[in-house]
Design a protein around this ligand. Structure first.
Ligand code: MN
Length: 726
């Protein structure tokens, strides 16, 4: 353990004072004293510990408490828990210590958080399942966990790259949807943006660069667009603030992916937000619509793009009025209109209710959802991964109301079908469902229900769940019940099939070993023995050629792999450039610093009017050019233009073994799309290192080759080196 320097101790004090400055006015003396006690305790407990960045560990809990207080607006109990959140996990103090010093409420939250720490490397799904179980116990645990994750994402640069990608992926997978479901939009955006930055660094840089590029143009647009609105609001004596924000890089990228459009085709990168200081004498809804009509008097709205989340708020509590209008220069701009109260809910989500002591709203909104989660968790057969899939699907769905013939209301996800509703009522109704009377008309089991439908389920004793039902059933409950019924049936098939296989093997006097079973599976292209048994049990497989199969020599791995790779091989994709000004007479050279090859992300740098150098987007030289001479950078893309090959260097490392060089050259020479130019190898005390220089056509060829080289016995590491010379 290293002691902190004077400077570090000062840093800790500064951070803590910064945090106190933001909360001092919000709490009474007694609560502030509790927070102070928690800080002093945590500070002492983490004394001498450091984060990956090298800074004192206590900086992290302070930052998490700061997020909990400022961005989530939560109370002192949660702030105290946030300050203490890593104490039990990382120091010698126990749950009991916390309980004695800070009481049960704080201790329970910290305990919940401690349970959530686990390595996502293995048992990932189970850890996530734990997160969700905890969510159903005390939402504050999850809120602190989200704050914890946000700070870890903000400081992700100090982690090793592979960890960064993993943590970013996990954040996108779980924490982003959770933040969404809890209505924490600001945090959700920040998490998305940070995840995107580490998961797809090239794309992120590119979009940030393009956004930056258009800034002047955009500022002009904002000014020109907002001024008339401001004038009009002033004339009507409406007190409000008008702000604008850019869509984040992640949402732009997402849209580009989903719609297959380029950056320039994304029209609504700009959103204007009007936040009204509400007057008590008129309804908030009315005030928002008044402003909407002011805006649409000035700018023409896109009729299908008005969304009213005030009349029907989103299930996560979000209220706002959205409209897309045609701004100056024919640009579409999104305008969001809401009151100050709605804005707080939009920013803090459910936590806003919590803060306003409006616990009833908080619970009535969140409870039905949590009940559903509990129901899923109680299903003993649920596979952890399936559970998460279904859970995630439900995180994003909004709800509709369906009524039973007696008039009981059921909340169902949008796009629910007759089947979903039948299972919602009872498993037996689901299993025997043949259709329904929807508003007194007959409809099949596949029929999608609408908000307000009255539904009477029709059943038949002869009906049985069918596999196709999984194509349209969407609720967790329906899907897991349908799957369950097949598991049960399949179990019987497997048992029957196993008996048959054993009997047949006995008949031809072959001992039943795992190798024999493997051979049979591979002959029929089955992945495991359960599949084999089940197909035999159902009667699809007759096993007539059994003796023949077992006597057969199995295909060597290499041959099989070869067949596969031939099929996968793509056309060569050389280069054409630049995309924006496609002039025939432009000549390009490939940068020596990074030697890009077809398929890799590239950009071009204008050396002169008709000369372009191509770099990989992640090349360090290119990054330098981008920051110093950004105006000379042009878009570049690979196209099917002409066949060309590229000199590439591959670095190999491993344990030295007689014949290993032969094996390497053998693998390479079998690749007819790749030519070897040179090979350099050296040995040192049983370790060999070497470089192979090759002419290749595309990243796909390279990827396949690297895969094959990695499989050679003794090879430990195969990497591509950008530089051709040391
Ligand atoms: Mn932490």
């Amino acid at each position: 353990m290293q002691h902190f320097t004077q400077a570090e101790l000062r840093e800790i004090e500064d951070r803590y004072q910064d945090f106190l400055k933001d909360i001092r006015n919000k709490f009474d003396k007694e609560r502030l004293a509790k927070i102070d006690k928690a800080f002093n305790f945590a500070n002492a407990a983490h004394n001498g510990m450091r984060r990956k960045s090298g800074e004192p560990y206590i900086i992290h809990p302070i930052a998490v408490a700061h997020i909990v207080a400022k961005k989530l607006g939560l109370g002192s109990t949660t702030i105290v828990a946030a300050l203490l959140h890593d104490v039990v996990e990382d120091t010698e103090f126990t749950d009991e210590d916390i309980r004695n010093m800070f009481g049960d409420k704080v201790a329970d939250i910290v305990k919940g958080l401690t349970k959530l720490t686990g390595d996502f490397d293995y048992k990932q799904a189970h850890t996530l399942k734990k997160v969700i179980t905890t969510l159903s116990e005390d939402v504050r645990v999850i809120l602190v966990k989200i704050a914890d994750r946000l700070h870890n994402m903000q400081t992700l640069e100090f982690m090793r790259p592979h960890k960064q990608v993993k943590i970013a992926g996990e954040t996108l997978f779980l924490y982003v949807p959770l933040a969404h479901r809890l209505g924490l939009y600001a945090i959700k955006n920040e998490l998305e943006e940070l995840s995107f930055k580490y998961k797809h660094p090239e794309e992120y840089q590119k979009i940030v660069y393009m956004l930056h590029n258009k800034e002047a143009q955009r500022n002009y647009l904002v000014h020109e667009f907002i001024q008339p609105i401001k004038d009009s609001l002033k004339a009507e004596h409406i007190e409000c603030t008008v702000s604008h924000r850019l869509k984040n890089a992640y949402s732009i990228w997402n849209k580009m992916q989903k719609k297959g459009v380029s950056f320039n085709e994304i029209y609504d990168i700009l959103a204007i937000r009007i936040i009204i200081k509400e007057k008590p004498e008129v309804s908030e809804k009315r005030q928002c619509f008044d402003v909407l009509s002011l805006v649409t008097d000035i700018y023409k709205p896109r009729p299908e793009r008005i969304r009213d989340w005030i009349t029907t708020p989103k299930p996560n509590g979000y209220e706002s009025l959205h409209v897309t209008v045609m701004g100056p220069g024919g640009k579409w701009v999104e305008v969001q209109i809401r009151t100050e109260r709605m804005d707080k809910v939009a920013e803090h989500g459910f936590a806003a209710h919590y803060r306003y002591k409006d616990i009833r709203t908080f619970e009535s909104e969140l409870d039905p959802w949590i009940d559903k989660i509990k129901e899923q968790l109680n299903n003993p057969n649920a596979d952890a991964f399936e559970f998460l899939d279904d859970f995630k699907r439900n995180l994003y769905s909004t709800e509709i109301s369906i009524f039973s013939p007696k008039g009981d209301e059921f909340k169902m996800p949008v796009k629910s079908t007759v089947a979903d509703f039948a299972y919602e009522l009872h498993t037996d109704l689901g299993n025997h469902c043949i259709g329904a009377k929807v508003n007194n008309k007959l409809f099949p089991i596949t029929h999608r229900l609408e908000n307000g439908d009255q539904v009477e389920i029709l059943t038949s004793e002869n009906q049985k769940p069918k596999l196709e039902w999984l194509d349209f059933a969407i609720t967790v409950k329906a899907r897991s019940k349908i799957k369950d019924s097949f598991k049960e049936e399949n179990k019987q098939h497997i048992e029957k099939g196993k008996e048959i296989v054993e009997q047949k093997l006995k008949e031809i006097k072959i001992t039943n070993t795992s190798n024999v079973i493997k051979k049979i599976c591979s002959f029929y292209n089955l992945t495991n023995k359960e599949q084999l048994y089940s197909e035999v049990g159902i009667g699809v497989l007759k096993l007539d050629e059994l003796l023949d199969i077992i006597g057969r020599k199995s295909l060597s791995k290499l041959v099989k792999y070869w067949n596969l790779s031939v099929k996968k091989r793509k056309k060569d994709e050389p280069l054409l450039l630049p995309k924006e000004e496609q002039q025939e007479d432009i000549s390009y050279t490939l940068a020596k610093c990074c030697n890009p090859i077809p398929g890799e992300q590239v950009l071009g740098f204008l050396e002169s009017d008709n000369e372009v150098t191509i770099h990989r987007t992640d090349c360090k030289e290119a990054a330098l050019l981008l920051s110093s001479q950004g105006d000379k950078v042009v878009d570049a893309q690979w196209t099917n233009f002409k066949k060309q090959s590229y000199l590439t260097r591959i670095h190999l490392e491993g344990t030295d073994r007689i014949g290993i060089v032969n094996n390497v050259t053998e693998v390479i020479s079998k690749e007819h799309n790749i030519n070897m130019r040179a090979i350099k190898m050296e040995n040192q005390e049983g370790i060999f290192k070497g470089d192979v220089f090759l002419y290749i056509h595309s990243t796909e060829d390279l990827r396949l080759l690297i895969e094959k080289l990695s499989k050679i016995k003794g090879i430990e590491k195969v990497t591509r080196i950008e530089k051709l010379n040391d």
